[in-house]
Ligand binder design. Structure first.
Ligand code: NAP
Length: 338
């Protein structure tokens, strides 16, 4: 059997709530199979499996994270632990020789991603940060409008992500950003990732304002990123505003808008775009499951030894900009992105 014909054998490291999306995606991906899931809370792995993939058979449950990493049936790990745990467990998974799909943010410090990169090169494993949204065809459609010149040169991008935080895990808001808490690491990383998707230049500086809760967690943030040459990225994200996940790009000849980035399976994606010479279009695309597309892409890369679409350079660049925005909000000054 060739690598192309076989399925990547996955283990899930943590009984996190996001498994509601990723567990069915791994179980349903054409080139993947789920072989194990682990949690440090006894019984939680089995409960997660029963809840999000009822009827799925042959999946082992482990009551420790180490046991899953020791499991030789597991070739690839999906890591959805709390943000501040990502770097530690990413390094452990790589040391165990596993390919790694790590939830965003991959780490809170660029130096940690550099360590992950070095470890992955040494072990020869595939590693990718889990920005699932990038695998939805709606973004490829907008990128085509740029590539074919319809929108002209991109001069400005605005990205807005929000929801009202109600029953989320406490760790998201009971600690400051240095410990992985706050909206930047949770949803702001999508906003700056969206800006960087469309402005093909390293960000130079960022100026941000934030609202903090009593634990020092940023619960809302707004800011402007200077990409040089008059190109600006505008972001705002919040745990205190009604649900939105959208971006708008403005070029020298026209603009385009993605109305709902956080597509759930079955949602109908809607894009709109216009040009100065009179075009105005609203496009409805076929529904697509970006979680499954992400898993299938990663599995194909791991099985075939190809570099994934989202590189570790991209992960480092996103982390660098997030950290600079956090610094700017705290200092009250624009900060260089270094
Ligand atoms: N891509 C996406 O669409 C998306 C969506 C949401 C979140 N995320 C990311 O995914 C990661 C997980 O987010 P999440 O909201 O799913 O996390 P979560 O449910 O809070 O779980 C994170 C970890 O905390 C532990 N945990 C969960 N419930 C617990 C409880 N009641 N008591 C003690 N520990 C508990 C679990 O580890 P054990 O199982 O070992 O106990 C779990 O793996 C984050 O990095 C987040 O940024 C991504």
């Amino acid at each position: 059997m060739t690598d192309h014909a076989r399925k990547l054998r996955w283990g899930i490291l943590g009984a996190a709530r996001v498994n509601e999306r990723l567990l069915p995606a791994i179980a349903g991906a054409a080139n993947s199979g789920l072989v194990a899931i682990a949690s440090r809370r006894p019984g939680a792995a089995a409960a997660t499996l029963a809840r999000y993939a009822p009827g799925l058979e042959g999946v082992k449950t482990h009551d420790s994270l180490e046991a899953l990493l020791d499991d030789e049936d597991v070739e690839a790990v999906y890591l959805p632990l709390a943000n501040q745990e990502h770097a530690e467990w990413a390094l452990k998974a790589i040391a165990a020789g596993k390919h790694l799909l790590c939830e965003k943010p991959m780490a809170l410090r660029v130096a940690d991603i550099e360590a992950i990169e070095a470890a992955a090169q040494e072990r020869g494993v595939t590693v990718m940060e889990g920005f699932m949204y990038r695998f939805h065809p709606q973004h490829a459609r907008i990128l085509r409008l740029i590539e074919d010149g319809t929108l002209g040169e991109i001069r400005s991008v605005r990205a807005t992500y929000s929801f009202t935080m109600r029953q989320a895990r406490l760790y998201r808001v009971d600690r400051g950003p240095d410990q992985g808490g706050g909206a930047m690491w949770d949803i702001g990383c999508y906003a700056i990732h969206s800006l960087r998707m469309f402005i093909d230049a390293p960000p130079l500086a960022v100026a941000a304002l934030a609202h903090y809760n009593g634990h020092g967690a940023d619960t809302s943030m707004s800011g402007v990123v200077d990409f040089g040459g008059g190109r600006h990225g505008h972001f705002d994200f919040s745990f205190e505003r009604a649900r939105r996940s959208e971006y708008e790009i403005i070029g020298s000849k026209g603009g385009a808008k993605c109305h709902t980035v956080w597509q759930l399976p079955g949602d109908v994606p809607v894009l709109s775009w216009w040009t100065e010479d009179g075009w105005e279009c609203v496009e409805r695309l076929p529904p697509a499951d970006h979680f499954r597309l992400e898993v299938e892409h990663f599995a194909a890369c791991a099985l075939e030894g190809k570099p994934p679409a989202l590189s570790l350079e991209d992960a480092k660049a996103n982390c660098r900009l997030a950290a600079a925005a956090i610094r700017s909000a705290a200092s009250g000054r624009a900060e260089d992105v270094v």
